[in-house]
Design a protein around this ligand. Structure first.
Ligand code: ZN
Length: 267
């Protein structure tokens, strides 16, 4: 995912996978490449999470595959997998999933939760107990019509924007949000980081540093990591601006977006 798109397409063409598992934003890019005739893969099954019905129809048509929805997190994968009735059945012998309100009281079935707590029963090396995933989840009231007795949920998708940044020649290069934020997430002293695109080749970096971290040193480290990542994508021209303001929530949901793309006309 962190590779430049052209390299990824070439590698996938060489491998021609039977199963493709990725984020919806990454699959949308691949479907576009397939539509444009640059990608020629023939997967049987595509697994993703959090995509909408229209995304799903486009993916199925472009990639010629069955599209399955899973609910996954790096703390446990897969937490749940879809059924023909559109619910995600939780692997509850391995994971406990608790939809909760803001004050961590249980959310009744049928109502969207504020967040959800995950307990991993399979990982005996690093215990994860009631880990706050930050997703809004609706638990199905009563048994599912598909006959699967495992508890069923629906998840409001996490949807960060795909960035389109202009290179030095004015060509738009697609950058996936999870790819560009990965080097920053690993940087020491970073509590939260938000990237806001303010021009075709300008990213404003909002940083919140952890306790005891030296803000200037953290910024220099983050700037170097982002510049290194961008150079690898052919985007060494992109300007990184240090923002005075802290990362902000947006929208009615109050959900935190790590990457906010510039709104531009489609095409
Ligand atoms: Zn079901």
């Amino acid at each position: 995912m962190q590779q430049p798109l052209a390299e990824l397409v070439e590698a996938l063409n060489g491998f021609d996978p039977a199963l493709v598992v990725s984020y919806p934003s990454a699959l949308e890019l691949l479907a576009r490449e397939q539509d444009a005739g640059r990608l020629h893969i023939r997967p049987l099954v595509v697994e993703t999470s959090g995509e909408t019905e229209s995304d799903r129809a486009h993916l199925a048509a472009s990639l010629g595959a069955e599209i399955h929805n899973v609910y996954a997190a790096s703390e446990f994968s897969p937490i749940a997998a879809d059924c023909p009735h559109g619910w995600l059945h939780v692997n509850s012998d391995w994971a406990i999933l608790e939809p909760v309100e803001e004050d961590y009281r249980p959310t009744p079935p049928g109502r969207p939760s504020h967040t959800v707590l995950l307990t991993n029963l399979a990982n005996r090396v690093q215990p994860l107990i009631r880990y706050d995933l930050g997703d809004s989840v609706v638990a199905r009231p009563g048994p599912c019509d598909c006959g699967n007795p495992l508890p069923a949920v629906r998840v409001a998708g996490r949807h960060d924007d795909v960035l389109y940044l202009d290179d030095a020649g004015g060509r738009a290069v697609a950058v996936l949000p999870l790819a560009i934020t990965a080097p920053v997430d690993d940087a020491p002293g970073v509590a939260r980081c938000q990237l806001v695109q303010t021009g075709p080749s300008v990213l404003r970096v909002r940083l919140q540093t952890g306790p005891g971290a030296a803000a200037d040193a953290v910024w220099q480290d983050v700037q170097a990591k982002l510049a290194g990542f961008l150079a690898g994508q052919g985007l060494a021209n992109v300007e990184l601006v240090r923002a005075a303001e802290a990362p902000e929530q947006r929208g009615r949901s109050g959900k935190f977006h790590q990457v906010l793309a510039l709104k531009r006309p489609a095409g």
